[in-house]
Design a protein around this ligand. Structure first.
Ligand code: MRU
Length: 343
């Protein structure tokens, strides 16, 4: 593995013989550049998207993933299309049809389209968008850290870290902040089948930050909760409806119910771009269902009988009643209090 050292808010990586400070996604030389998250942790490769079709491919095929990072990638994709004098409506449509659940994608695309229609410099707009979202996540870290006592053992699901945002993360921002301020933290990392974002990506981030952690099989969290080895849960979100219901990675719902059963606080961390106030409840959130091969295979190895089929919903809905608080850049809210954020 190439050496990566977190410095300030950025990851530092050795790239083509040079040490570079990078984010999970950035815009350079007219290209949208991304850490190829399909290759981590074994390889650090940079994926270069030269046009909007490649940007759409990167989102759909999960070269980049995580709601805020998808939004930032789409914003850069729009900026690139503007520079290349493409048909902006067509680019907007193409990027919109990549993944249906994460609200950040639509939030970023609408913001960019409005800006371009109003004659704004789309590259500056996309850069500002990326910086703004990352700064909002840093603030999530500040508010969220106050909820974390010293010596906490925190469970997280999937990857809501720097890779899912650009930097800081959503669920991991409070954890990183607490760690940097000297609190002793232990993180339980759900492996997160079928794409293993926990085992591959969150664990990798924990290693870079030097945060003590252990990966557990997805079905092990209840066991550790019952044994009082988990003090709190912090997860990210892909979309949050007006009533506080949350769409997040498949398996989140189960963790919330078991946390509730065991009296363990369950927090969701997300910036404003993830909130969809046009939806009354989580029942209205479109849930992506991905290819069955993601379940039937582990990497290139088929793990199921040739005759078997699979179902592969990528997200589930956690009802607001199971959520202790939603950590945002504007503070921590009870799910029934998020309407204040609308203003
Ligand atoms: O399918 P992914 O990897 O894009 O899904 C991402 C998640 O569901 C994350 O868990 C996350 O909480 C939302 S992004 C901060």
């Amino acid at each position: 593995m190439l050496p990566i050292i977190p410095v300030g808010d950025r990851l530092r990586i050795m790239l083509n013989g040079e040490i570079r400070e990078i984010r999970a996604v950035w815009f350079e030389d007219g290209m949208v550049k991304l850490i190829d998250q399909r290759k981590l942790p074994a390889n650090i490769e940079i994926f270069e998207a030269r046009d909007y079709q490649k940007v759409a491919y990167a989102i759909k095929e999960m070269v980049v993933r995580g709601a805020p990072a998808i939004g930032i990638t789409a914003a850069y994709g729009m900026a690139q299309a503007w520079l290349q004098k493409r048909d902006i409506d067509k680019v907007y449509q193409t990027l919109q049809n990549t993944r249906p659940t994460a609200h950040d994608l639509f939030y970023a695309l609408n913001l960019m389209k409005r800006g371009i229609e109003n004659g704004k410099d789309a590259v500056k707009l996309a850069e500002n968008y990326a910086n703004d979202i990352i700064e909002r996540c840093r603030k999530i870290g500040e508010y969220g850290e106050r909820l974390i006592p010293n010596n906490s053992r925190i469970l997280t699901h999937c990857n809501a870290g720097a890779l899912a945002v650009g930097d800081w993360g959503t669920a991991t921002a409070p954890i990183r902040m607490a760690h940097r301020h000297g609190k002793k933290i232990f993180v339980w990392v759900d492996e997160t089948r079928p794409r293993l974002q926990g085992a591959r990506l969150t664990a990798w981030e924990m290693v870079q930050e030097g945060i003590e952690h252990a990966i557990i099989a997805d079905n092990a969290a209840g066991f550790f909760m019952r044994k009082s080895e988990i003090d709190m849960v912090i997860v990210g979100a892909d979309r949050i409806a007006s009533n506080g219901d949350v769409a997040n990675k498949i398996g989140t719902y189960e963790k919330a119910v078991v946390a509730h059963e065991n009296g363990i606080p369950f927090y969701v961390a997300a910036p404003i771009s993830t909130f969809d106030f046009s939806l009354k409840s989580g029942d209205e959130i479109p849930i992506e269902e991905r290819r069955e091969e993601e379940v039937l295979f582990c990497r290139d190895c088929r793990i199921a009988p040739q005759e078997s089929h699979a179902r592969n919903p990528a997200f589930d809905i956690t009802p607001a009643k199971y959520i202790t608080g939603i950590i945002t850049e504007m503070g921590v809210f009870k799910p029934d209090g998020i309407s204040k954020l609308r203003r």
